[in-house]
Write a protein that binds this ligand. Structure first.
Ligand code: PMP
Length: 408
């Protein structure tokens, strides 16, 4: 018996993926040219799978802020928030986030993953119930597990199913926390938050929204799906990450609940890890200001999303959800998805290959994410390469002697 025997199945699947070409889970960005281009395998490649929605990783103000922070505060804090790891800039970022979101308080974490671990395990305990959308991100599932709360999954984006499950719990005195996301990372669909808020209100539950993919993307001010749907006051807890529209690393939780700050000395993932590096904190502060100052970034993002969405639909691909900066193309099976992902990379386009079990309902996906930093020329080039891929896939179908499907 070997300690790694339990991984023989995923290891065999990985072997199969490797035989089809480049390792999609080991792609190396050999050199970054900008927020939208890199050298991959020696080739200039357009990046269409980075979640860098506003392109702020190369924003001059964010970069300068990070460089200056290293000069002034050094490379790392070497301490947790409850020891020597709280700098004035951590507090400033927390205030800026709270003000931006119009919440009373915000807590910063070193990653978005840890933000979910810290907020969920801090809020819920063994005597509480968490009701989570079945398609929730791994960090939400892990945070729920760490909490020790009773978990109830409801059908993805289905407020009626949530209502039914809350009703089944009856009027017991356990606290109920409903957890949903803004834009879902895999398919790019978004939560019907207004309906979810109505359900949570009618059952006296709390609502937590993970705005990881919607912050800076949705709403007139970029505050996310709750702003877009006009129900921010109904959201008890917001979680988000700095690794997408904010162009750095880190995450946060925010709330107007008067007792929220007790989590600073009761949430283990907040307390027992070194705090975010000064350069990260500084660049996120600058990025928040950019989001406030530059609504044009959001307009460009959506114009690019519209163009790519229309382009791939015209090329005959099946898109999994309504138009958003996350555009997921459904492939008919795993082999096709791996083949298509390799052909795109050979043509200088990087997207994400998303396979079960990491995807909803066993979907095999090419997942593209658009950035405000993509130029119209880059978007046109990406569409052309998807067009060439559509021809490849049709030729493959013909060669297999199969009927050519109306949709790929
Ligand atoms: N929540 C959601 C919905 C996510 O998609 C992600 C990352 N993809 C995270 C949390 C974790 O964020 P991070 O990668 O910044 O740790």
């Amino acid at each position: 018996m070997d300690i790694f025997d339990k991984y023989s199945l995923p290891a065999a699947r990985h072997e199969k993926v490797l035989k089809a070409g480049t390792d999609p889970f080991g792609v190396r960005m050999e050199e970054l040219y900008s927020a939208t281009e890199a050298r991959v395998d020696g080739k200039r490649t357009i990046l269409v799978g980075t979640n860098n929605y506003l392109g702020l990783t190369y924003d001059p103000l964010c970069m300068e802020a990070a460089i200056e922070a290293i000069r002034v505060h050094g490379t790392g804090t070497t301490g947790s928030r409850i020891a020597n790891g709280t700098y004035a800039t951590h507090v400033a970022l927390e205030r800026a986030l709270a003000t931006f979101l119009d919440k009373r308080s915000a807590m910063v974490f070193p990653t978005g993953y840890q933000a979910n671990l810290g907020i969920l395990s801090g809020l819920a305990g063994a005597n509480d119930v968490i009701l989570l959308d079945a398609d929730s991100h791994a960090s939400i599932y892990d945070g729920c597990r760490l909490s020790g709360a009773t978990l109830v999954r409801f059908r993805h984006n289905d407020p009626a199913d949530l209502d039914k499950r809350l009703a089944r719990l009856g009027g017991d005195d356990r606290c109920k926390l409903v957890v949903v996301e803004g834009i879902y990372s895999m398919l790019g669909d978004r939560a019907p938050l207004r309906e979810f808020a109505e359900v949570k209100r009618s059952h006296g539950a709390y609502l937590l929204v993970d705005e990881a993919h919607s912050l800076g993307v949705l709403g007139d001010h970029g505050r996310g799906v709750a702003e877009e749907q006009g129900i921010e006051h109904e959201v008890d807890f917001v979680v988000g990450t700095f690794s997408k529209s904010l162009g750095a690393v880190g995450g946060f939780g925010a709330s107007s609940h008067p007792k929220f700050d007790v989590l600073r000395y009761c949430s283990r993932p907040y307390m027992f890890t070194a705090s975010a590096s000064p350069s990260n904190v500084a660049s996120v502060l600058a990025a928040l200001r950019e989001i406030e100052r530059r609504p044009d970034l959001r307009r460009r993002l959506w114009a690019n999303a519209r163009a790519l969405f229309d382009g791939v639909v015209a090329a005959g691909f099946e898109v999994c959800a309504e138009m958003s900066p996350v555009i997921a193309l459904r492939m008919k099976d795993e082999e096709t998805a791996i083949y298509a992902w390799n052909r795109l990379l050979e043509r200088g386009v990087y997207v994400n290959l998303a396979l079960p079990p990491g995807t909803p309902n066993g979907a095999c996906l090419l997942r593209a994410s658009v950035s405000a930093a993509h130029t119209p020329e880059q978007i046109a080039e990406v569409i052309a390469r998807f067009g060439a891929l559509a021809e490849d896939l049709a030729a493959l179908e013909r060669a297999a002697g199969a009927r050519i499907p109306a949709r790929l």
